[in-house]
Design a binder for this molecule. Structure first.
Ligand code: AMP
Ligand code: MG
Length: 347
């Protein structure tokens, strides 16, 4: 299959993408979080092709993207009142909400669950494509399953060229990590995947929100994942990663002391000079969570261009503001995480 690269700024090409999606095609689209691999949410055969193109386990459900609140009634059995208040505060934007699905929503989309995750993206091209398709779009991240998510069209091309019909190039993504996923089906409401909308921001609208404990640790044996995505390896480059979590000066000291021949480093901007003679990539500023989120996946992909014996990653200390980045790094490290103090001693 030939994969065509179109511009997300060209209205004719956006219209062509909409027509292709209506006909059951697969189109990678820019969003403000990461690139999504979109298909019509009401065409089970197109949904099956999305799973096949990504190599995604079929029980890992997709998020459905809408361009107008009126589309919620096509997807959800009932609209929880809290969802409307959250939509008012955070939509369009990087928040995904889960509620009971209508029977018409294909089980292929939801991995057989009776709930469906929905998001109203803020990216103008994403909204334009959904409108042009005239139907809600199911769209996981547009990467091969397991690898770092794509934050520009080139990342999508390198993973999915020849497997999908079209890529709409809308430049680099603003946020760089996937949406916050919030489950509204059980009390207390729980964040199943942290994103740019933090639990603290959600608490401005809801009285109680917890972060699911499996966000920062592997599932226990026999434990059922509240979100199927928690079961799988994610966001990982080919070389093994170890996350070193703590103040930057501490993680830098730890890495200097423990890096072996053939190792590489993912570091904060402030420490790039410390690793001048080692293969190293800086992903953002230690003091700016948004910059770390924006740079993370592209930096992991850059490090992945050559094989390394191992990669040490400077990881922010635990806090709600940095939770999205910490969660992605812990997962890309397969939860090999070392906690250090400001002197670099393990704690
Ligand atoms: P991705 O499509 O790569 O952004 O991943 C979507 C994430 O949302 C995965 O971790 C899924 O497991 C999670 N998800 C989607 N739908 C549901 C649902 N109905 N219930 C629980 N988790 C969901
Ligand atoms: Mg993904």
């Amino acid at each position: 299959m030939q994969t065509t690269l179109f511009s997300a700024k060209d209205t004719d090409q956006l219209a062509a993408a909409g027509a292709l999606l209506r006909a059951g095609g697969l189109v990678a689209i820019p969003t403000e979080t990461v690139y999504g691999l979109a298909c019509s949410a009401f065409r089970p055969e197109a949904v099956a092709r999305v799973f096949a193109a990504k190599g995604r386990p079929s029980d890992n459900p997709l998020i459905v993207h809408i361009s107008d609140l009126s589309e919620l009634s096509l997807l959800w059995q009932e609209i929880p009142p809290e969802a409307l208040r959250l939509a008012e505060a955070f939509w369009p934007g990087p928040l995904t909400m889960i509620a009971r699905k209508r029977p018409e929503v294909p089980g292929e989309v939801t991995g057989g669950l009776d709930t469906v995750a929905v998001r109203f993206p803020a990216h103008p091209a994403a909204q334009a494509v959904i409108r042009a398709a005239g139907v809600p779009l199911a769209a996981p991240s547009a990467n091969l399953s397991g690898s770092p998510s794509p934050t520009c069209a080139e990342h999508v091309r390198s993973d999915l060229d020849g497997r999908i019909e079209m890529i709409l190039d809308g430049g680099a993504c603003d946020f760089g990590v996937e949406s916050t996923v919030l489950d509204l089906t059980r009390r207390p409401f729980a964040v199943l995947r942290p994103g740019s909308v933090t639990p603290e921001m959600l608490r401005g609208v809801l009285s109680e929100v917890i972060t699911d404990p499996a966000v920062l640790r592997p599932l226990d044996r026999g434990e059922t994942a509240r979100s199927p995505g928690m079961k799988y390896r994610h966001y990982a480059p080919q070389s093994p990663v170890t996350a070193v979590s703590g103040p930057g000066c501490g993680s830098a000291a730890y890495i200097r002391a423990h890096l072996l021949e053939g190792g590489a480093v993912l570091c904060f901007d402030e420490f790039l000079r410390d690793f001048a003679r080692i293969p190293s990539v800086a992903y953002g500023s230690e003091t700016d969570a948004a910059s770390l989120a924006r740079g993370l996946y592209a930096s992991l992909r850059l490090l992945d261009r050559e094989p390394h014996a191992h990669i040490f990653a400077q990881c922010p200390p635990l806090s709600e503001e940095y939770l999205a980045v910490t969660n992605r790094l812990c997962r890309s490290a397969g939860f090999r995480v070392i906690h250090v103090d400001e002197k670099g001693a393990e704690i």
